[in-house]
Design a protein around this ligand. Sequence first.
Ligand code: C2E
Ligand code: CA
Ligand code: CA
Length: 438
Amino acid sequence: MAKRDTPIWPPSEDTLPLGLGPAEPAASPTEDSATQRQPGLLLVDDDPFMLGMQSRMLRSMGYSKIGTAASADAALALVLAGRAAVDVVVCDLNMPDVDGIEFLRRLGDSGFAGNVILLSGEGPRIIHAVQKLLAGRPLRILGALEKPAGRAALRALLDRWHPVAPAQATDEARVPACTADELHAAQLGEQWVLHYQPKVDLQTGALTGTEALLRWNHPVHGLVYPDRFIGLAEDCGAIDALTDWVLGAALAQLSRWHQQGLLIHMAVNVSMENLRSPGFARKVGALVRHSCLSPQDLTLEVTESRVMALAPEPLETLVRLRMQRFGLSIDDFGTGHSSLAQLRDVPFTELKVDRGFVHGARQSPLIRPMLEGSIGMAQRLGLQTVAEGVETEDDWALLRELGCDIAQGYFIGRPMPGDQLHAWLADWQARRPREVAG
Ligand code: C2E
Ligand code: CA
Ligand code: CA
């Protein structure tokens, strides 16, 4: 029998531990979604029984490129030697010498940019923490499963594997950090674009409004997303002019929609820096009047990008905005800077649960109570509840069950140019979930 540490690639039937009985029958063609684009799998577990059981199960599901390694060192040697095209590493977190965390760190440092599935008997909190630990590495975590992993759950994660990284992610990764000079040039060259993401009523499916999301139409890099430049705009003093432009463009779009009979709301993101400038509340009031709209048509979504206590100036601006009847939303609720203290101190009208607590909540014994708790608390405080990051019908259904008011996310519609909203609406009315149709 092979030495425990010897990696096995490609595996042959006689590498399986003895005494496990006959292999399960091969998967039927209809069950098998894996044969068309087969990922090379590497199973890493110190327990040979587990290795054998997993590889037999995967084989019976139609996967044929399966290698095994009984230790982290063996797995690393195999990947680094390039002897096997490993696309997905299925890794046990608990191994005696080098544990799963150290193994994955080393794997990431080695330049391996493949996919990883974590297996563990440690329970959801540890698995979740490890996923977070690895988030900044080039490895892509397809998901985590408690041992022993079942067929359906493994297949669901392996179905997330793509042979090539999505084009958008690669392009975005190549965009270098922006400079203050470029921001200034963008301002002069009118390179800003707004996309609008629909928000719909969870009970009726009706469109209630859109959120304006800023993009930079960069002459070289194409469409650049705000995470790349909002922080810089805040640092170099350009955020006030940028927000003025966003407010002007979003309100112009909203009045066009109102003239067309589409009586919806608009949400605009404002930075805490904007709220520091003393004339901000008055300026927003004047802009809304100039567009023949009312303050109730506009919600300002506030998120804190830096760690700092809510200073008196932003608080004063928020109170004055609310006194004019603008909607105020606490954005990204549940993340570091969007806290109970802010909720206590600011007269918010809406709580927007961060997408990290929304997508996949039904399956997560960790996240679901947090989603339920946030929605329940907002309801008791009399706030409108909005969930962002609604990516699947299952996310949608859970939010309905929990009595959340409004949903936003890829399941409903991606951010889009304003002139595409009517076409999106026709499509949504045709495909929206059955229980809210008609
Ligand atoms: P945000 O306010 O939390 O906006 C939602 C972000 O989530 C958007 O990213 C949106 O495209 C993305 N998103 C929407 N639905 C889904 C979904 O189902 N799944 C996933 N994974 N993502 C979804 P985007 O447009 O890249 O914006 C990122 C952030 O940049 C925004 O986060 C907001 O904080 C900031 N931002 C955007 N526009 C502006 C602006 O005009 N001014 C300021 N100050 N900040 C802005
Ligand atoms: Ca927002
Ligand atoms: Ca958010």
